[in-house]
Design a protein around this ligand. Structure first.
Ligand code: MG
Length: 188
């Protein structure tokens, strides 16, 4: 059976949060050690409008500097070799963010069949449209929305996504774990 595997970028494919944190600390003169709330404005005690300015100013660096997550490439290449399809669905936006993202994917040799820049729209639209079988994300709200469609979600563990998980969402601790969970769920 060939699967359509949906993948998020920030916090899943790209180890973005350490880069965001370092830059945010510099920008706001703070020393936050852990982003433990997905609402970064709350973590830095600033307005979203202010944060928007920060992100727009630094977007080139913020989206090009993150390293690829350990083990991601190996797993994706194995999935593709097994005939699965890789569909990246990110909340990043079309235009400049899209351009930087495509360059990052190329630089890191991340193969994929499709990429959707959802922007502010719900990822469920792409999950439905492309009939994604399983989705990997790190944002609890996305996980809940996608799981509500009866599409299983693997939630990559992070300080900002702690808490009880509903049925259909499985916590994974690294890419090896993600690979094993898919193996277990669909092929055993
Ligand atoms: Mg993410």
């Amino acid at each position: 059976m060939a699967l359509k595997i949906g993948l998020d970028i920030d916090g899943v494919l790209a180890d973005s949060f350490p880069v965001f944190r370092t830059e945010l600390n510099k920008y706001y003169g703070k020393n936050v050690l852990k982003i433990d709330d997905y609402d970064i404005a709350k973590v830095y005690d600033v307005d979203w409008e202010d944060l928007e300015i920060f992100f727009n100013e630094k977007v080139e660096y913020l989206f090009s500097a993150p390293k690829i997550m350990d083990g991601a490439l190996e797993t994706i290449n194995q999935w593709l070799a097994s005939g699965h399809e890789i569909i990246i669905v990110t909340a990043r936006r079309k235009g400049l963010e899209e351009k930087i993202t495509l360059e990052w994917l190329q630089k890191n040799s991340v193969p994929h069949d499709k990429i959707v820049f959802a922007g502010g729209a719900s990822k469920t639209i792409a999950v439905r449209e492309y009939q994604i079988d399983v989705f990997v994300d790190d944002f609890m709200s996305n996980a809940l929305e996608i799981a509500a469609l009866d599409v299983p979600v693997l939630l990559l563990d992070a300080p900002y996504n702690q808490g009880k998980l509903p049925e259909g969402v499985v916590r994974c601790y690294d890419w090896e774990d993600i690979k094993c969970q898919i193996e277990k769920r669909f092929f055993s």
